[in-house]
Design a protein around this ligand. Structure first.
Ligand code: LER
Ligand code: MN
Length: 274
């Protein structure tokens, strides 16, 4: 289990659930000072920051890249994998592919969150899920070239109507024969949708690949009312080795959100973080 904190440089996501929004140099420095193992990057696109610059920051601050988000494709360009227009779907897949290549060069997986889109209007549920499955087969293959998985994130009902629950996402990946794709457990979305977060994590089994370590109100873990003890216990029982990444609102300030995140990880994983 490794700790990570989010760094966002997407202007359209300035009010989003990311801890540090200032220059990458500052975000890397703060992450390192607070003792994080890694940073998760939310950038405008694959060419926003040269890979060599990111590697230099990693070397200077001794931080891994936990994952890279693809949501800029949605918030900047309005792209989604379930758009009724085939040209827009193709553009969405190409944007995600370029982010897989960008992350891959840094040894990091890419995440599909908001770019999964939703069904409705001209698009039936079966149609949207078929497009999503086809896209995930391709993104899983593309990520495999870098020996990293591709990460699919179920979201709460206000952000998608495709998959809101761990169990249905697990069935979807297993039945669709979708290889090299793992699931992201965002504990904020799960606090809205799941009956029992710990049981749902357990049901993900070896498909659990990444965790957004966020409390019920999307603040740092410990600032809301999610019962963290049973969640940490189940992650230990599963021998979870991925990241706990703080994709949370920068409240009451970015520094305090980051400090609380690290404190909660030390509190719940004393042996792993000793
Ligand atoms: C992205 O990780 C996420 O959790 C979604 O809510 C997109 O905003
Ligand atoms: Mn998330």
């Amino acid at each position: 289990m490794r700790s990570a904190v989010t760094l966002c440089r997407v202007a359209e996501a300035a009010a989003g659930p990311f801890v540090f929004h200032d220059e990458l140099e500052s975000g890397f420095r703060k992450a390192a000072e607070l003792g994080f193992d890694a940073v998760e990057l939310f950038l405008p696109g694959p060419d926003a920051v040269p890979i060599a610059d990111i590697k230099a920051l990693q070397d200077r601050h001794q931080l891994a890249i936990a994952a890279v988000g693809t949501g800029a494709g949605m918030v900047k360009h309005g792209l989604s994998l379930t758009d009724p227009d085939p040209a827009r779907r193709a553009a969405a897949l190409e944007f995600i592919g370029s982010m897989i290549d960008f992350g891959g060069a840094l040894g990091a997986p890419a995440i599909l969150g908001s770019m999964q889109g939703r069904h409705g209007g001209m698009v039936s549920r079966d149609q949207a899920i078929g497009w999503l499955a086809g896209a995930l087969q391709k993104t899983g293959d593309r990520a495999a070239a870098f020996s990293v998985p591709f990460i699919y994130e179920p979201l709460n009902r206000y952000e998608t109507n495709l998959f809101n629950h761990a169990a249905s996402a697990v069935d979807f990946l297993r039945q669709g024969d979708i290889g090299n794709v793992v699931l992201l457990a965002d504990l904020f979305h799960m606090a809205i949708e799941e009956r029992d977060i710990a049981a749902s994590l357990l049901a993900m089994g070896d498909l659990l690949g990444h965790v957004h370590w966020a409390d019920s109100n999307r603040q740092a873990m410990g600032f809301g009312h999610t019962p963290t003890g049973p969640i940490a216990a189940v992650l230990r029982e599963m021998n979870y080795r991925g990241h706990l990444s703080a994709e949370v609102l920068p409240l009451p300030s970015p520094d305090e959100a980051a400090r609380q995140t690290i404190a909660s990880i030390h509190q719940h994983f004393p042996a792993e973080t000793a």
